[in-house]
Design a protein around this ligand. Structure first.
Ligand code: NAP
Ligand code: 8YV
Length: 335
């Protein structure tokens, strides 16, 4: 195969410095080590990296915050391969302005996260974690069966905030559950028959169950606020598998405490791994430690896609899954 002028042959990949700051999936780290010149760092902080590495680094693979200062500290950086579909922790706009490619890991996790959303919804409404605790504590034999749950999925209408790849996978599952579906995005999805609401409050008013799978970032910051929760109403169930930053957490804790809404199921939080005490105290909240994609199967697929992006960039001069903000980025010409 003909090699592009500015793309090195496979054998030269071992000369390319790829920095892996903070924790990353073992399989991803191993692949970087086998393919490139791996440099690890405790954090994405230029002060922790030797000057020659800062100068030479052409790639970064990360599931941690990558800010503008870090990008600027790597003058030869070409690509940041993010681990995860959400890339709100990477300053992609700044990367794009510097002709640095940013990639994420879409699709390979959509079905897993949709499974998690449905599991969390059922656990929230039907109280299965509490029912299991009842059994394990010996209450079934000693005191009888677990209580009939006040909550049920029967008769509910579900609104999806963020009808993208994962939102659609959730909707397919909800259809099988026999539940009507509506959604809110900034734009209507062409060819999709579900009811579309141009505002989140209007969606919350129209449904009694709101599942958020919207990305983080300035445009969704605290979008799920007191007004939205009031609109969801006293039978309302809120499930979040998107990003914690999309929720006004004190408003949510208050809405759970005074029964403005019925219950919430949360896989994501604004300041992970710290979970606000007011949410921990809420007996009508079901809380998970960000496990949406966390199976061995799916995390390995994410690791492979993360590193396949680096390999494709440095061998073929193109990324497999670029984020929109950096779709225009091109490999550097090398003498
Ligand atoms: P996606 O295909 O890009 O879908 C995102 C959807 O959100 C799009 O339909 C988009 O439509 C909508 N959206 C974006 N900004 C919006 C705004 N300001 N207001 C209203 N709607 C907005 O992404 P995906 O693959 O489904 O992933 C979605 C998110 O799930 C990720 O970004 C990540 O944060 C989260 N996630 C969580 C886990 C977990 O473990 N819990 C795992 C994977 C992903 P418009 O552009 O038309 O607005
Ligand atoms: C991961 C996620 O847990 O893909 C995402 O956006 O939130 C999850 O799949 C995360 O990216 C890495 O821990």
């Amino acid at each position: 195969m003909k090699q592009e002028a500015n793309v090195p042959p496979m054998t030269a990949l071992k000369d390319i410095v790829v920095v892996v700051p903070a924790r990353l999936h073992d399989h991803a780290v191993k692949r970087v080590e086998q393919t490139f010149r791996l440099v690890r760092a405790d954090r994405a902080d230029p002060a922790l990296i030797a000057p020659d590495v800062l100068r030479e680094a052409r790639g970064v693979a990360a599931m941690t915050t990558i800010d503008a200062a870090f990008i600027d500290a790597l003058p030869n950086l070409e690509i940041i391969a993010g681990f995860g579909v959400g890339y709100d922790a990477i300053d992609a706009r700044h990367a794009g302005a510097r002709n640095v490619m940013v990639t994420n890991t879409p699709d390979v996790l959509s079905e897993e996260v949709a499974d998690t959303a449905l599991g969390l919804l059922l656990n929230t409404v039907r109280e299965f974690p509490k029912a299991e605790k009842w059994l394990r504590d010996g209450n079934w034999a000693a005191r009888g069966g677990y209580r009939l749950t006040p909550g049920t999925l029967r008769g509910r209408t579900v609104g999806i905030f963020g009808m993208g790849r994962i939102g659609l996978a959730i909707a397919r599952r909800l259809e099988a559950f026999g539940l009507p579906i509506a959604y809110h995005n900034r734009r209507r999805v062409e060819g999709l028959d579900y009811a579309y609401y141009p505002s989140l409050v209007a969606l919350a008013e129209a449904v009694d169950t709101l599942i958020s799978v919207a990305p983080g970032g300035p445009s969704t910051e605290k979008a799920v606020n007191a007004e939205v929760l009031k609109a969801l109403g006293p039978d309302g169930v809120f499930v979040n598998v998107g990003r914690g930053s999309t929720v006004d957490e004190p408003a949510l804790a208050a809405a759970l405490a005074d029964r403005t809404i019925f219950a919430a199921g949360l896989d994501v939080f604004a300041d992970e791994p710290r979970v606000p005490q007011a949410l921990l105290d809420a007996d009508n909240a079901c809380l998970l430690p960000h496990v949406g994609s966390a199976s061995v199967h799916t995390r390995r697929a994410m690791a492979d896609l993360c590193i396949d992006n680096l390999v494709s960039w440095f061998t073929e001069g193109r990324a497999l899954t670029p984020v929109p903000e950096t779709a225009h980025a091109t490999p550097r010409a090398r003498s």
